[in-house]
Design a protein around this ligand. Structure first.
Ligand SMILES: Cc1ncc(COP(=O)(O)O)c(C=O)c1O
Length: 356
């Protein structure tokens, strides 16, 4: 079709996890939170004035920006908000990379990075994780000709995490490159570098409210970092869409950020459930990678990743399977409620028994 750009003709888009509308599954495929958002969010929804939707939202989302700045003890100038962290990460490409620049990231990581790189004509430099799917920080210390680095920490879909000191060695060792740390799952881990953004002008941390804050449907993500980096993101945003975070989402996100106690409680529950599920799967013959996220990545010694995925789906449990090299034997399982994980384990037991 001649109407399309060369870019559009060649792009292979990201495949989002299934959101089935036909039947009800135990849905463990897109790392959503199994618990509802804070009751404060419900109050905002009940009290929201529909008449407010007549007006555009604040294009700078000042109240939300201030709430996030306050959470991290930063200035408002250090915060950028967007319609989900996917949008924020996407805007990083035109903000920090020119066509034919090189961006480095792991061979097994969030697969959207590759799509954005392609979309903006940026060359991907893939660095293999080690044989246990760990990121080796030394591999990121002498990257000639690379303009920037993206590190997903904890990593998706593996769940593995690089500890804070080693991550900071990458940031310190690359003062001439931007280091973008995607902390979509940071709340479930102890490796966060959010407290370090004022120490390093090349560090940008991107976060989401979709996972730990149970707000995937509201679409809110943000970046924190040096003012110059935030200004670049604002420049891109204001060249694309003035109103990325809608008026309702802004209020909901602020209410959620203020309810620290509620979220600390559900994060603890999810982390405990993760360890219990990992133990049960190991007993059933799975190799389970150590996870610092709200999901686990596991493979069975006799069953293929696709066998597990399809058989679970047939029986009403949805997990995620990736066909790409190195990881096609694995399935990624989101941590759900205790009941949901009981169902998962009981269905997995049946599959393993049928194979024995
Ligand atoms: C590593 C990683 N980064 C970013 C995102 C995007 O999250 P959202 O756009 O919902 O904020 C996801 C979503 O699954 C993710 O896994």
């Amino acid at each position: 079709m001649n109407y399309l750009s060369r870019r559009c003709k060649s792009i292979l888009p990201y495949t989002a996890g299934e959101q089935p509308q036909d039947k009800k599954y135990v849905k463990l495929n897109t790392n959503e939170c199994p618990y509802p958002p804070s009751p404060e969010v419900e109050t905002v929804l009940k009290e929201f004035d529909a008449g407010r939707l007549r007006l555009y939202p604040d294009p700078e989302n000042k109240k939300l920006v201030s709430a996030i700045a306050q959470k991290y003890g930063l200035e408002d100038d250090n915060v950028f908000v967007g319609n989900g962290s996917d949008e924020v990460l996407c805007m990083c490409f035109p903000a920090f990379f020119d066509e034919n620049d090189k961006v480095a990231y792991a061979d097994v990581t969030y697969s959207f990075y590759k799509v954005w790189a392609h979309m903006f004509g940026v060359t991907s430099h893939r660095i293999p994780l080690d044989e246990e799917f760990r990121l080796v920080y030394g591999d990121y210390l002498s990257l000639d000709g690379v303009k920037g680095i993206i590190i997903c920490n904890p990593n998706a879909p593996t769940g593995t995490a690089l500890n804070r000191p080693d991550l900071l060695k990458i940031v310190e060792g690359n003062p001439d490159k931007i280091v973008i740390v995607d902390e979509a799952y940071g709340e479930f881990a102890s490796c966060s570098v959010t407290s370090c953004v004022t120490d390093y002008p090349n560090l940008l941390v991107v976060k989401t409210m979709s996972k730990a804050y149970a707000l995937a449907g509201a679409r809110c993500g943000y970046a924190i970092g040096n003012k110059a980096l935030i200004d670049a993101l604002k420049l891109v945003k204001n060249s694309m869409n003035s109103y990325t975070v809608n008026a309702l989402t802004e209020k909901i996100a602020i209410a959620a950020l203020n309810d620290k106690k509620y979220y600390a409680g559900i994060i603890d529950k999810i982390n405990a459930e993760r360890e219990e599920t990992a133990d049960s799967l190991r007993e059933l013959g799975f190799e389970v990678l150590p996870s610092s996220g709200n999901f686990i990545f596991a493979k069975h010694k006799q069953l293929s990743g696709s066998e597990i995925y399809f058989q679970l789906k047939e029986n009403g449990v949805l997990v995620r399977h990736f066909k790409s090299d190195r990881i096609s034997d694995f399935v990624r399982i989101t941590i759900g409620t205790h009941e949901e994980m009981k169902t998962l384990i009981s269905e997995v037991k049946k599959i393993v028994r049928r194979k024995d």
